[in-house]
Design a protein around this ligand. Structure first.
Ligand code: C5P
Length: 232
């Protein structure tokens, strides 16, 4: 898998997502299906979008005891998605169990990445609420190392961290990066944002773009602008 732009399809119904994807006609962007759409429509929505010819990042962020995660991943492996994820906070044992569950009888499996610290968690909350005293940066890099040691393929992080993650975990370790905005666009609730062009310079492997595409007046044009800026 090479570098690509992934559209976060944060819709809550099949009708909405199908009507959105219909605008793209013969183009088949890489799609992220998150909890909202998955819980609203079930696994059938994954099969449907897959059947339309899209690559899929199934963003369900699993986090439970290793045995549960292994069994859940075994179910998800039947959905033929390209990329899925877990929380690194679930421990190395959980990540290893996830990989085991995800691997099909023929040895193939979707790529598996880990969420380190959610970007919605501030350093202050980490310290006061979660009692994690170490700096955010150090925690994120340590979680990335844990994911690497567990055999995962990469992590979700900010484009601003992509270089550091590659330096520590290797160039082949995937950085899948949300928090992308056009230079002339609205930031929404994202705090630390970069443009697609900057994400490319910083070495992101995949950018995840939601509202700048889904809420655009012309989503296809916005998507193509992302592709142009990110892939050149
Ligand atoms: O609309 P926007 O471009 O902000 O969407 C970004 C997508 O990436 C959303 O689906 C969001 O859940 C996801 N995401 C994020 N920050 C993270 C992890 C995931 O914005 N740290």
């Amino acid at each position: 898998m090479g570098k690509d732009v992934i559209i976060a399809c944060d819709f809550n119904s099949k009708q909405e997502v199908i009507s959105f994807l219909g605008k793209f006609q013969d183009k088949k962007p890489f799609i992220k299906i998150g909890m909202e759409l998955f819980y609203a429509e079930g696994p059938e929505i994954v099969r449907l979008i897959r059947g339309m010819g899209h690559q899929i990042f199934l963003d369900l962020k699993l986090h439970d005891i290793p045995n549960q995660v292994k069994k859940a991943m075994a179910v998800l492996s039947g959905l033929d998605v390209d990329l899925c994820n877990v929380h690194a906070a679930g421990t190395k044992a959980m990540m290893e169990a996830a990989l085991e569950g995800l691997t099909r009888a023929d040895g193939t499996r979707p790529l598996l990445i880990a969420v380190t610290q959610l970007t919605s968690t501030s350093a202050e909350v980490m310290r006061r609420e979660l009692l994690i005293e170490r700096p955010m940066d150090e925690t994120v890099m340590h979680y990335a190392q844990n994911a690497k040691e567990a055999g995962l393929d990469g992590i979700v992080c900010s484009p601003l961290e992509a270089g550091k993650v590659h330096a520590a975990c290797g160039e082949g370790f995937l950085t899948v990066t949300p928090g992308v905005r056009f230079a002339d666009g609205d930031m929404g609730d994202q705090q630390r944002v970069t443009t697609p062009a900057r994400a490319r310079e910083l070495g992101s492997d995949y950018i995840v773009v939601g509202r700048p595409v889904t809420q655009a007046k012309d989503p296809v044009e916005a998507y193509l602008r992302c592709v142009e800026e990110f892939l050149g």
